[in-house]
Design a protein. Structure first.
Lengths: 400, 452
């Protein structure tokens, strides 16, 4: 009665490459701590926030599927489930980040604070104990709730009880509210407060849309990889088409948020607000800001519009890689101008950390996928996301 | 799509309907005489419309001085009504275009009427900037065209001009989208019509629909394209409306979150209005098996989600006002909550944030009376949201000697009432002359959720 699914086996060379890059990332970080701490901490922040984006974005994707009673994505839901496994690692990362607070955040220096009326006014929010406490709280909440979702999904494989679905719908609703709210404040805390005088109400929605886009891109890459490893029956062209529509939608969503902030600040020309773009509009940063929009919107938009490219493994893989790099660039432009300096820099610290983070991410996710059943065989919605010939058998074993 | 459904899926249309029965059910209100209830509703709406026409006529003949505006508060009631009505329109396009792209099949029962509502709401909205011009007969000066006035061109940098483009485009596309969806149903009515005149009218309106496979195929292509076109449009319209405020430097108006926040608020208020109308219509027109309690529940969930986004935006705005340590920003929000218009602010918070939380409970989502009451509260709350944004930000000028209060005049209130009169008059005529439910589309989902 059950649909038999072969286990995933990661080819040996791929495993070696991922581990090598992850190791390299760690080496670069440790070397950086001694050789260039003012360069390594911003890079650590970018990659820490990025890793959080990938894990949390996937968890929110699963939660959205549950609350909307979606059936189309059930067959490959194990991929985003595996991605949430990186959240505890991001949690470790945030503990490490605590040691970099003084390098990163101007407001954490008592001397600077006392001379600055605006910073003094924000002291109730921007102070070290509260900042650290908030971060720990956000991460605990994300980790606990995402663990619950995955736990019940795996449990359902065993006995197929519908209660697990109903339970997950409830937890998903809670997760969507608290998870998004916490992410809004985490973005303000981790990224916006790097430039502590500046504020923008839409800022957290830009990081939120970046999170959604990059995690969808990572899910798509995993889907294409799985298809190449022989799971074409499970992850079908229909799934690819839906994912490409989502990628297209959310890359437009991202640029909508980006333009909203950019246009309104440019138009009103209020000095308190334009400081953000003054750093980012001239010299090398200006070209990078332009490239940011090209990578995160223009290329995905043009590439994914034609109907034929929506189901092409190759196009989707390329667009997703562009989006992953684009999201890194987006964070780089948010973090670096205020922390590192007037001109953009790209060296071993930036590249090593980013590739190390990506390798670590894919290694954790694929290793986790090796150990689990790749299809939620007893999920009541599975039948709707499988090809016709499996549908007959999929509805059995459910609802006992 | 697969014919296998999850065990958790329920049929969209209740009762074991045959295809012919669907046609008969939907066509019934069009082929019978209007009831007393309809006449009462129609005459009431029409009378209110007449009052509005009288108020607008008086205002145009006398001038904008008939309103309660003053030199500090230059925008108030009129623009509030404008934003309110544009917002109401958003649910229709969301249902017909965005839910279509998301393959939400339950939309078929409500898309026709919600889209009609969109068109009427945008018509109501259009009146307000028009009469605000003061000399509405010169409205065509808004359009950029070569002229002999200097030549005097419109200011392309003004968000008010973008509004003109956005709303006229939105209205046109919504109307075309709605009409295209109507064509097969018009042909059905033509084929059923008994009188010659009726037949001729419906034949004309169906554009000679012949029901061939090729016709259907082209129809579906056009429908998909228009849905894809309407989706960015609906987002752009309220984003641009929000820029009327956000491009300024007025504290409380200039906020970068305004575009997405206004769009979410628009969908929130629009769905509340759809709920208000559907709960009555399904009962009066006997469509309870088409617009089922599950439909009501799903719409409640959308109200809950969009209401959540609106609440999040309020929270971010208030937090940022404090976080900014900008004395003007901080003052605006304190003044909203504690100043002379605090009653309006707390009405807004109660109606938009507190009351919708009741929809978390399944029992409440499935109780028609409570949902109806909640939907009315949301309608009121969203009107007050725009009032609060517009008036409280203006009435405390940077110069305290200019601090004033604003009070609407009877003319302004009559104009608002008149817009409701226009909306309901149009809606009641729609119920009599055009199929309330998309016959062709509902037939496509008759077997949904039934495993063979």
């Amino acid at each position: 009665m059950k649909i038999e699914t072969p286990k995933l086996v990661i080819p040996g060379p791929a495993k070696t490459i991922m581990l090598a890059f992850a190791f390299l990332g760690v080496v670069v970080f440790i070397a950086g701590l001694f050789l260039a701490p003012e360069r390594i901490w911003p890079n650590f922040l970018i990659n820490e926030f990025y890793l959080l984006n990938l894990g949390l974005g996937a968890a929110l994707f699963i939660a959205t599927l549950y609350v909307s009673n979606a059936g189309w994505a059930t067959a490959f839901r194990r991929l985003p489930e595996a991605m949430t496994v990186v959240l505890p690692f991001a949690g470790i990362g945030v503990v490490i980040l605590i040691f970099g607070i003084h390098t990163l955040y101007e407001w954490s220096h008592e001397a600077a604070l006392l001379q600055d009326k605006i910073l003094l006014g924000k002291r109730a929010w921007l102070n070290e104990p509260f900042f650290i406490g908030r971060l720990v709280f956000y991460f605990l909440l994300w980790i606990v709730l995402s663990r619950l979702l995955v736990k019940y999904s795996l449990k359902q494989d065993e006995d197929g009880r519908l209660e697990y679905t109903f339970k997950n719908v409830k937890y998903s609703a809670i997760f969507l509210i608290t998870g998004v709210l916490m992410f809004v404040f985490a973005s303000i805390d981790l990224i916006m407060s790097l430039q502590p005088h500046w504020y923008s109400t839409i800022f957290a929605l830009i990081t939120l849309s970046g999170m959604i886009t990059s995690s969808l891109a990572a899910i798509t890459i995993l889907m294409v990889v799985m298809r190449r490893l022989g799971f074409k029956e499970l992850i079908t062209k229909d799934h690819l088409r839906d994912m490409s529509s989502l990628l297209l939608t959310f890359s437009v969503f991202w640029v909508y948020m980006w333009v909203s902030q950019h246009m309104l600040i440019w138009y009103s020309n209020i000095p308190e607000e334009t400081t953000y773009y003054i750093f980012r509009h001239f010299g090398g940063w200006g070209s990078l800001s332009f490239l940011n929009v090209v990578l995160n919107w223009l290329i995905p938009f043009l590439a994914l519009l034609p109907g034929a490219s929506k189901t092409s493994d190759k196009v989707l893989l390329q667009v997703s890689v562009v989006l992953l790099i684009g999201h890194w660039l987006d964070l780089y432009i948010m973090v670096m101008p205020v922390t590192v300096g007037a001109e953009p820099v790209l060296g071993v610290w930036e590249v090593g950390m980013f590739f190390g983070m990506l390798a670590l991410f894919f290694w954790i996710v694929l290793r986790h996928l090796q150990g689990i059943r790749l299809v939620p065989v007893n999920d009541p919605y599975l039948v709707e996301s499988l090809p016709e010939r499996f549908a007959e058998s999929a509805n059995q074993g459910i609802g006992k | 799509m697969s014919m296998h459904f999850s065990v958790l899926r329920k049929p969209i249309i209740h009762g074991e309907k045959t295809l012919a029965q669907v046609t008969t059910d939907v066509a019934r209100p069009l082929e019978t005489r209007p009831t007393i209830l309809w006449w009462v509703a129609f005459l009431t709406s029409f009378s209110v419309l007449v009052i509005g026409v009288a108020a607008v006529t008086y205002q145009i003949m006398t001038g904008i001085g008939t309103w309660g505006l003053n030199k500090t508060v230059g925008w108030a009631f009129d623009i509030t009504n404008f934003v309110f009505w544009v917002g109401i329109g958003h649910a229709g396009t969301l249902i017909s275009a965005i839910l279509f792209l998301f393959r939400q099949r339950w939309r078929t029962s409500i898309n026709r009427s919600a889209e009609a509502m969109t068109i009427f709401a945008v018509m109501c909205a259009g009146i307000f900037p028009l009469i605000h011009l003061g000399r509405p007969w010169l409205f065509f000066w808004i359009a950029p065209y070569p002229n002999m006035r200097g030549p005097l061109w419109v200011n392309f940098r003004s968000p008010l001009l973008w509004d003109f483009f956005a709303i006229s485009t939105y209205f046109t596309i919504s109307l075309v989208f709605w009409y295209i969806g109507l064509m097969p149903d018009m042909a059905t009515l033509r084929d059923r019509a008994k009188s010659k005149i009726k037949k001729a009218v419906y034949a004309f309106m169906s554009f000679g629909w012949d029901g061939s496979t090729r016709t259907w195929q082209r129809y579906e292509t056009v429908y998909l394209l228009l849905a894809a076109l309407a989706t960015p449009l609906v987002l752009s319209v309220h984003s641009i409306v929000s820029m009327d405020f956000a491009t300024s430097v007025i504290p409380g108006w200039h906020s970068t979150i305004f575009p997405p926040y206004f769009v979410a608020g628009a969908v929130f208020s629009g769905f509340a209005m759809v709920l208000t109308l559907m709960i009555i219509a399904r009962k009066v027109l006997n469509y309870e098996e088409y617009i089922t309690i599950d439909h009501i529940e799903k719409m409640c969930k959308i109200v809950l989600v969009t209401g959540g986004i609106v609440a999040l935006s309020y929270l971010i705005e208030i937090f940022m006002a404090w976080y900014s340590v900008n004395e003007y920003e901080r003052f605006v929000f304190l003044n909203r909550a504690l100043g002379p218009y605090a009653w309006a602010f707390w009405t807004m918070i109660t109606c938009n944030v507190l009351i919708p939380q009741l929809l978390w409970f399944k029992k409440i989502r499935r109780s028609l009376v409570i949902v109806f009451i909640i939907s009315i509260f949301v309608n009121i709350g969203m009107w007050f949201e725009r009032f609060v944004i517009i008036v409280t930000s203006l009435h405390r000028d940077f110069l305290p000697s200019s601090w004033v209060m604003y009070k609407p005049t009877i003319i302004e209130i009559a104009t608002l009432a008149g817009s409701f009169g226009l909306f309901f008059t149009c809606f009641l005529l729609f119920v009599r002359f055009i199929p309330f439910i998309a016959i062709g589309e509902v037939k496509g989902v008759l077997n949904y959720g039934k495993n063979k």
